[in-house]
Design a protein around this ligand. Structure first.
Ligand code: F0G
Length: 436
């Protein structure tokens, strides 16, 4: 098996494509301001050799092989030395069938790729293991991010595991308690800023430059490299048979960028014979990408994004140029869904025995709309990516089931599939009577 690969950082903009060393600390191109991506050249093993290698590694107990990210390391060979890797055995997330959810979404069948099974409960771990490893390789001491909660939980854990100091910036009052608690538990210095995600990202960029801190938001190209593994693992689990559609929620659009890059690269390497279509779903109150995709032109930021799916409460998504390219080149689409649609779809995913956090449920809500509109066929082979664990936001769940969930502007969410707990006396006869 022959392999000799060179890695570089390259500006994503087609009109620029300026090249830089893989060890440069860059989030944007110094020449044109475009986003950066990791690009590889040289010879890599054949598709057949790679498929065999990935399968063999499942029999291995070596740390890198037991990670569902690093098992696919030939597909993002940016490190010069694997000793830099920091892993919590991320990835290894299951494909799950949800017949009830499929029916709700208007499909014959649906497969969920559940990223909530990750060590910190979200897909961010797939990217963070790579970002934290690159931070170690560069000799960084401090890492930082702004987050709607999952990135910060993940970064705090990986920084702790890597012996790096973690600095976290959160929108005060607008992240779920579970996610905030994770950052505290993993020992990160946590600053709650009185501003929204988009405003804090601008602030953190200034601070990172001024204080020499390594930024681990999704415009960090190594985060994107790691998140490609969600697609690689899913394809491997399906014996490299690509689905017709991959559906995912869209916030800052780093994941959409990663999925598209993974699919293009898997196709170029001969690992898959056809490209699935990407469907990105946004919450109605934070849907600038949906607007741009369907109306054309530049992205117009939403200045006051609102959604109870706080993970995707983002009005000015940084990675839109990459995401637009990926959705277009996959012949995909972008849909938006209401708060009620997200809440009901979430309850249906719960009823399937699976469960997820609110942002993840945008997928099923979007699928329901896309099948009703005839964009997605009912017999389509669809993989929906559930990005976060059901326990990330229990407050939302409790309020939905007890009829207390309201949108930020005070509109009541119906508990269509509500499941109220029943308070009963300590009395066997009365309980038996109730249950008969
Ligand atoms: N789903 C969940 C559960 C998320 O936490 C996020 C993003 C997304 C979907 C959207 O992914 O930004 O790549 O389009 N959360 C980020 C955070 C912004 O800070 O945790 P995206």
């Amino acid at each position: 098996m022959s392999s000799s690969v060179q890695a570089e950082l390259v500006c994503f903009e087609a009109s620029c494509r300026e090249r830089f060393a893989i060890t440069d600390v860059l989030y944007n191109c110094p020449k044109c301001g475009g986003l950066m991506e990791a690009v590889y050249s040289g010879t890599r093993p054949s598709a057949g050799e790679l498929r065999d290698l990935f399968r063999q590694r499942r029999l291995s107990n070596a740390p890198l092989d037991t990670s569902g990210v690093w098992r696919y390391r030939e597909l993002f060979p940016f490190l010069n030395d694997n000793a830099h890797v920091v892993t919590l055995r991320e990835g290894n997330t299951p494909l799950l069938d949800g017949p009830l959810a499929a029916q709700y979404g208007g499909l014959d069948k649906i497969t969920f790729k559940h990223q909530g099974f990750n060590p910190t409960g979200s897909f961010k771990d797939n990217g963070m293991t790579c970002g934290a490893s690159q931070a170690r390789r560069l000799g960084m001491k401090r890492v930082a991010c702004v987050s709607t909660g999952n990135t910060s939980a993940s970064m705090a854990a990986y920084a702790a595991a890597a012996g790096l100091e973690a600095l976290i910036f959160l929108p005060h009052g607008n992240i779920s308690f579970g996610k905030l608690a994770q950052a505290l538990e993993y020992g990160a210095r946590t600053l709650e800023v009185e501003a929204n995600f988009d405003q804090i990202l601008a602030l953190v960029r200034v601070l990172a430059e001024r204080l020499g801190i390594y930024l681990l938001n999704s415009m960090n190209p190594f985060r994107v490299e790691g998140q490609k593994s969600i697609v690689f693992e899913m394809l491997d689990q399906r014996d490299w048979n690509p689905p017709d559609w991959i559906v995912l929620p869209g916030g800052n659009l780093g994941n959409t960028s990663a999925f598209g890059k993974a699919l293009r690269e898997a196709h170029e390497l001969g690992l898959i014979a056809k490209m699935p279509r990407l469907a990105v779903i946004q919450a109605e109150g934070a849907a600038p990408f949906h607007e741009m995709f369907h109306k054309g032109g530049e992205l117009h930021a939403v200045t006051n994004p609102e959604t109870l799916a706080t993970a995707i409460r983002i009005g000015d998504p940084v990675s839109w140029p990459k995401a637009l390219h990926e959705v277009r080149s996959s012949c995909g689409t972008v849909e938006k869904v209401t708060e009620q649609e997200i809440a009901d779809a979430k309850a249906m995913i719960g009823r399937a025995g699976i469960g997820c956090e609110p942002a993840s449920a945008a997928t099923l809500a979007g699928i329901r709309k896309l099948t009703a509109a005839g964009v997605m066929r009912e017999d389509a082979d669809v993989v929906a990516v559930l990005t976060g664990n059901v326990l990330k936001d229990p407050d939302y769940i409790y309020k939905y089931h007890t009829g207390k969930l309201e949108t930020p502007s005070g509109v009541k969410i119906r508990s269509t599939f509500g499941n109220q707990p029943i308070v009963v006396p300590n009395d066997a006869d009365r309980i038996a009577a109730l249950l008969q």
